[in-house]
Ligand binder design. Structure first.
Ligand code: AMP
Length: 217
């Protein structure tokens, strides 16, 4: 299974990717997660990426492509992967196609999770992530049983530093300008399916599974 999850920040790519990992046993490859880990570890790459991330801008293609090349060459990606948050612009998509062509492992699906902007803002401002296991909650829509504590592992729930209103607006603008053109790009390659991304999370997962099984969305 080699798929790309496309969608605006807050569309649920990460949540759905985690579910697909559990069901299909292929890794989630999230450039956002890889970059946040590099920032946290204080690596040179993390230091370079931090300013762009804090502003809600894209990190340079050079950094992101280097990370992806390394991650996809790891053993667990040999049986497939779920790309979450990558590619983010046309030049990344083109580089990915060339990388996968060399490995004779082309993409099989690009799934666009479609969510209206007002809903995205609600989701992003309420988003909390477990600092220990990465589980995602929302203070408005799917709160944990105890505020600030992960239901699954008891870890501390934190708000991402780029989930503030100003950075959110910028990230949505960057999405419209740079990432949205990928919908047409994958449409032309006949890889694209748009999935309505509102409603119960289980229902969205079921829509995705129907596409992966070869049925209509
Ligand atoms: P995400 O967790 O996917 O929302 O990503 C958080 C931030 O990491 C983005 O706002 C960007 O600054 C950066 N980022 C993540 N993925 C990419 C990418 N593929 N290209 C450039 N920047 C990225």
């Amino acid at each position: 299974m080699r798929i790309v999850l496309l969608g605006a920040p807050g569309s649920g790519k990460g949540t759905q990717a985690q579910r697909l990992v559990a069901r299909h046993g292929v890794p989630q490859v999230s450039t956002g997660d890889l970059l946040r880990a590099a920032v946290k570890a204080g690596t040179p790459l993390g230091r370079q990426a931090k300013a762009a991330m804090d502003a809600g801008e894209l990190v340079s293609d050079e950094i992101v492509l280097g990370m992806i090349r390394e991650r996809l060459s790891e053993q667990d990606a040999a049986s497939g992967f779920i790309l979450d948050g990558f590619p983010r612009n046309l030049s990344q998509a083109d580089a990915l196609d060339r990388m996968l062509a060399q490995l004779t492992q082309p993409l099989e699906h690009a799934l666009h999770i479609d969510v209206p902007e007002a809903e995205l803002i609600k989701r992003l401002t309420g988003r909390r992530t477990c600092s220990s296991c990465g589980a995602v909650y929302n203070t408005h829509l799917s709160p944990p049983q105890q505020a600030g504590v992960c239901d699954k592992c008891g870890g501390e729930l934190i708000q991402r530093s780029d989930d503030n209103e100003e950075t959110i607006r910028n990230r949505l603008g960057v999405y419209t300008e740079q990432t949205q053109p990928l919908i047409a790009y994958y449409g032309q390659q006949s890889l694209l399916t748009t999935i309505p991304g509102t409603g119960p999370v289980d229902e969205i997962t079921a829509r995705i599974e129907r596409v992966l099984a070869g049925d209509a969305a």
